[in-house]
Design a protein around this ligand. Structure first.
Ligand code: BEZ
Ligand code: FE
Length: 310
């Protein structure tokens, strides 16, 4: 076996500090050549993005002393991510999600503003033109699951109610599937409604249950190879919009869910973990609805919108 660094196991490969000064100079010269190749770029932001990308990419290659076989594997992996992507499936976003890149982009773009509700990942299952419901109606549309009464207020950061805020909600059924994952064109467990004159809202949904992200493609293989679970913590999605306010894309999570610590897309924020109070069958419901012999749950989610910056 040759002792060329490229074929040595990672732990036996020399640290970058132990690379000879001549070799370091070769590697650094290449980086400055690549950086200089963008000299004619007239868009300063694009130039900044490309420079930073090149610096970080080369730092990664040098840090791990990437082998040619590993580079080939990475190219094969990205090719597979591209091949499975179409208008129904976006494997690149899934990849970004499981690497925490989506969540970090959300963090960077939704800086904490006073007590405004925190944002989290959008996910791939939002659909435009969801059914409109009135306050107090049921979003489930026949989807299976335990009924859950959801209510709360929409206010600004000074506590003023925001009437007529548009509230989009969507969730998986108790089998862990969104309506769009079935092949029968059903529309269920999604809707939109508007906060009332006092800025309050209420609806019947389903108690959220855990489910896996789509893991039958290259991203799923990567999770398996690295000993990671594809499961997401139980959650209910919200997107809230109101004039002059920053659009809020978020979810609420179920306190006590053991997956809160392991959410595979890193979407959990403590402020979004809520008490879903279990109610035994026969307990009177807030709106007098008769649920027969079914148990139900209830949760309160008060939404605070930050002002928009644009
Ligand atoms: C979801 O919330 O459904 C989701 C989010 C990110 C990746 C996959 C699924
Ligand atoms: Fe989801």
């Amino acid at each position: 076996m040759t002792d060329h660094p490229r074929v040595l196991e990672a732990e036996h490969r020399p640290n970058p500090e132990h690379i000879s000064p001549e070799q370091q100079a070769v590697e650094e010269q290449l980086i400055s050549n690549v950086l200089r190749s963008f000299d004619n770029c007239t868009d300063p932001r694009l130039k900044q993005l490309m420079h930073s990308l090149v610096r970080h990419l080369h730092a990664f290659i040098r840090d791990v002393r990437l082998t040619e076989a590993e580079w080939n594997k990475a190219i094969e992996f990205l090719t597979a991510v591209g091949h499975i992507t179409d208008e129904r499936r976006q494997e690149f976003i899934l990849l970004s999600d499981v690497l925490g890149a989506s969540m970090q982009t959300i963090n960077v773009n939704n800086e904490a503003y006073e007590d405004a509700t925190e944002a989290t990942v959008f996910g791939p299952f939002f659909v435009e033109n969801s059914p409109r419901i009135d306050n107090g109606d049921d979003i489930s549309g026949g989807a299976a699951g335990q009924p859950c009464w959801v209510e709360g207020s929409v206010t600004d950061t000074d506590g003023n109610p925001i009437p007529n805020a548009r509230i989009e909600v969507w969730e998986a059924d108790e089998d862990g599937f969104y309506d769009v994952q079935y092949t029968d064109d059903r529309v269920s467990a999604r809707a939109h409604l508007f906060s009332d004159d006092d800025g309050n809202y209420r609806f019947w949904g389903l108690t959220p249950t855990p489910y896996p992200i789509p893991h039958d493609g290259p991203v799923g293989k990567m999770l398996e190879a690295t000993g990671r679970s594809p499961m997401r913590a139980s959650h209910l999605h919200f997107m809230v919009t109101a004039p002059g306010k920053r659009t809020l894309v978020t979810h609420i999570f179920v306190r006590g869910d053991e997956l809160l610590k392991y959410d595979t897309v890193f979407g959990v924020k403590q402020s979004l973990v809520k008490d879903f109070d279990e109610q035994p069958a026969g307990t009177a419901t807030p709106d007098g609805r008769d649920l027969g012999d079914r148990s139900w749950s209830q949760v309160r989610f008060d939404i605070v919108l930050a002002p928009s910056t644009s």
